[in-house]
Design a protein around this ligand. Structure first.
Ligand code: 13P
Ligand code: SF4
Length: 313
């Protein structure tokens, strides 16, 4: 986030200006569930990675302002080559996505001839282009089950998501040794401490958490899956095992329920890099733009579209 944020009344003016610019540019503002509250509050659509990819592919807007991180804006560019995709903070990246390169994947494939490569959407377009199919945290099980039986699977880059898929599908899944530093840091001791303080509160964990954490979870879900579960549950208190940005939409949608972070240190700095001033500037200048080169885009699109074709259940 920018160090010198304007004062509240100026921020209200900037929000109004953003609304006008969105109209003028025929633009849509998409925000991930981890984005800062005031960005989620002005977004046309908030969601998890899968929902945002689907919305990007369906919109008839000319410009998509993507409030998330670089791989998400790239996914929008892969699906919508005719649109201008803006990532208001060009340096909003994902450390997990940076743990694998296309070259690394090409070399790994050689060790597993015949394997189907499933890459998490948290990868660069270059890596997607070398993959057979993508997945998100919301559909990883369905995607793994869509691979022809007996075919070995190589999952990249998240070892935790891969081990979760392995445990749920029993498929022959090998994996790249990447991880999300934010989810991977959650410890058993910490979760047990919070569980002890809130007995009876279900523990909802994101599949980017390590296996020993998922073993303690009552539900394992994507960010939007956590939102949907909390909304429909008749429980009043929940322990949340994912990045703390999710607490805003949880509290907003469920004012009478209580949400306790499993660890309030689960903070992704990259998801907080975009601010209102940068959104306004991006809409004024149509910059910074994210555009995937055509040869990479076409191959990456095949992997993303194969994922989108997998039925949700
Ligand atoms: P989902 O919102 O798809 O669950 O993904 C979480 C994430 O890591 C985004 O960076
Ligand atoms: Fe990447 Fe983890 Fe941040 Fe998501 S929360 S953007 S996976 S570092």
């Amino acid at each position: 986030m920018n160090a010198a944020l304007p004062k509240t009344e100026d921020r209200e003016e900037i929000k109004k200006s953003i609304k006008k610019l969105l109209k003028k540019r025929n633009a849509i503002l998409l925000a991930h569930n981890y984005e800062p509250p005031e960005i989620q509050d002005i977004a046309d659509i908030c969601g998890d990675s899968l929902e945002l990819s689907i919305k990007a592919s369906q919109t008839d807007a000319d410009v998509i302002v993507f409030c998330g991180v670089h791989f998400m804006a790239e996914t929008a560019s892969i699906l919508c080559p005719d649109k201008t995709i803006l990532l208001p903070a060009a340096n909003a990246g994902c450390p997990m996505a940076d743990m694998i390169t296309a070259e690394g994947l090409i070399n790994k494939r050689k060790e597993m001839p015949g394997a189907v490569v499933i890459s998490y959407v948290n990868t660069s377009a270059d890596v997607k282009a070398e993959s057979d199919i993508c997945c998100t945290s919301a559909n990883v099980i369905q995607v793994a089950n869509s691979v022809p039986p007996k075919k070995p699977i190589l999952m990249t880059p998240d070892r935790n998501l891969a081990q979760y898929a392995l445990s749920r599908t029993g498929r022959d899944i090998r994996y790249w040794d990447g991880y999300c530093p934010i989810h991977n840091n959650l410890t058993v001791e910490q979760v047990l401490k919070v569980k002890k303080a809130h007995p009876g509160a279900p523990f909802l964990a994101h599949p980017e958490c390590p296996p020993e954490i998922l073993a303690l979870a009552d539900e394992i879900k994507s960010t939007s899956g956590i939102l949907a579960y909390a909304a429909h549950s008749n429980k009043k208190e929940f322990i949340i095992g994912t990045e703390v940005g999710i607490l805003h939409p949880l509290k907003k949608a469920n004012p009478l329920k209580t949400f306790i972070p499993a660890d309030s240190g689960m903070f992704c700095p990259d998801m907080k890099k975009i601010d209102l001033v940068q959104i306004q500037l991006a809409l004024e200048t149509l910059h910074p733009e994210v555009r995937v080169t055509e040869n990479i885009r076409v191959r990456a699109k095949a992997a993303v579209e194969r994922m989108l074709a997998v039925p949700a259940t």
